[in-house]
Design a protein around this ligand. Structure first.
Ligand code: GLU
Length: 426
């Protein structure tokens, strides 16, 4: 890595997503020969907003929550990115996630910049009423940040279509207009798009299929382990299973479930739906840990839980031939080299999970048109975008002689940098 671009060197595997993002950004910027001023302009977010949100809880006490919205870049268009409700939310995490959204939108070629929001809270321990008040209060605090042509939120970890509905309602009331295009991932009756709920998992499946093609891996004789059984993990598992892949392990916060004969994913999804949203107690499988799941002898590994699951501490024990990143930032930057040396193909988050924001873009387009597409049209167009993006990144990986992750960053940075040059600066 060129000294000019080097951020402070990590001493150990730092597990800071912002550092992980910067490492890859710096490496790709150097390969691309990006000029220093553009590099400097892109390394910091355009805007970071931090708010304290007082909310009356069900017991009558007031609790104050930390909330953030970070706009990394609005060069390609209005900024786009989800809102995360989790106890792990920090400003650094939101900054990294916002930058990843910039690269993600650029990789798939949709006209958006990148943003991310987050509130430090534990949604599982909150009532619907508390979640609604928190969401409305956050929307009031961010009313001048959001906007259908400015900054468009969406669901992420811990947030749901219902939360997007409250956000849309509160924003519409503040502005005095009906404004469905201010947020995506809404329930269908409020202007959501067919196919949006499945879109991220579907993109993971399409990326996995493209990668399997390059690796000459036959889906019908391949095995996979999927970490995380939320929206992304469960749908990825279901769609991969439909492609003939045998899913031998799944997991959630209750731990991992392993069955070498294969897990029936529809059955697991029905179990979770009837079991307060968790796999806890799921039968027909051996109980393993989330860490053990990552190290299983499978062909395909889909980390679809959260950041920094594959690190220097376990990367050398990973046996999969292909990793398809359903989560954002599941691999720390220090683990990249280890996976590379082992010859493992990694389809990076900013490509593999971009199906979600792609269909968010379709939702926004439909809201602005006031005309809605069939699910078949949504899926066909999303699949085409995902396949084209995969091929563009694959070609860049050959041209620059880099892995798929750095190639994806190169494609993205090149696009954002050229729009910056065209738009100019003061
Ligand atoms: N939260 C999702 C992501 O990280 C979707 C963002 C969006 O649809 O705007 O890609």
């Amino acid at each position: 890595m060129c000294a000019r671009y080097k951020e402070p060197a990590p001493i150990k595997d730092h597990l800071n997503p912002l550092d992980s993002m910067m490492e890859r950004f710096s490496e790709a910027a150097e390969k691309l020969g990006l000029d220093e001023s553009t590099y400097n302009a892109l390394k910091s977010p355009e805007k970071s907003v931090a708010v304290s949100i007082p909310v009356t809880m069900d017991d009558g006490k007031i609790q104050v929550f930390e909330g953030y919205r970070v706009i990394h870049s609005a060069n390609l268009g209005p900024s786009k990115g989800g809102i995360r409700y989790s106890m792990s939310v920090t400003l650094d995490e939101v900054k990294a996630l916002a930058a990843w959204m910039t690269w993600k939108c650029a990789v798939v070629g949709i006209p958006y910049g990148g943003a991310k929001g987050g509130i430090k809270c534990e949604p599982r321990d909150m009532s619907q009423g508390e979640l609604e008040r928190l969401t409305r209060a956050y929307t009031v605090a961010m009313a001048d940040v959001f906007g259908p042509e400015k900054d468009i939120p969406a669901p992420d970890m811990g947030t749901t279509p219902q939360i997007m509905a409250w956000l849309m309602d509160e924003y519409s009331k503040i502005k005095g207009v009906s404004s469905p295009a201010v947020v995506t991932g809404k329930p269908l009756v409020l202007g959501g798009s067919l196919g949006r709920v499945e879109a991220t998992g579907r993109g993971v499946m399409v990326s996995a299929r493209s990668a399997m093609g390059k690796l000459k891996m036959n889906p019908s004789s391949a095995t996979a382990a999927v970490q995380g059984f939320g929206n992304v993990g469960s749908i990825s598992a279901k769609l991969l299973e439909q492609q003939g892949v045998k899913i031998v392990a799944i997991s959630d916060i209750s731990g991992g479930y392993y069955n070498p004969k294969g897990i029936d994913i529809e059955e697991a999804m029905a179990y979770v739906a009837a079991n307060k949203g968790t796999l806890e107690g799921f039968a027909n499988a051996d109980k393993i840990s989330n860490e053990e799941l990552l190290e299983l002898d499978v062909d395909v590994l889909v980390p679809a839980a959260m950041e920094d699951q594959i690190t220097v501490n376990n990367a050398d024990r990973i046996k999969a031939k292909l990793i398809v990143e359903g989560a954002n930032g599941p691999t720390s930057s220090n683990a990249d080299q280890i996976l590379n040396d082992k010859g493992i193909m990694v389809i990076p988050d900013i490509l593999a999970n971009a199906g979600g924001v792609t269909v968010s873009y379709f939702e926004w387009v439909q809201n602005r048109l006031g005309y809605f597409w069939t699910e078949e049209r949504v899926n066909r167009r999303a699949d085409r975008i995902m396949k084209q993006a995969f091929e563009a990144v694959y070609d860049a990986s050959i041209k620059y002689n880099v892995n798929m992750r750095i190639a994806a960053y190169i494609v993205a940075i090149d696009k954002v940098a050229s729009t910056m040059r065209l738009r100019g600066t003061f």
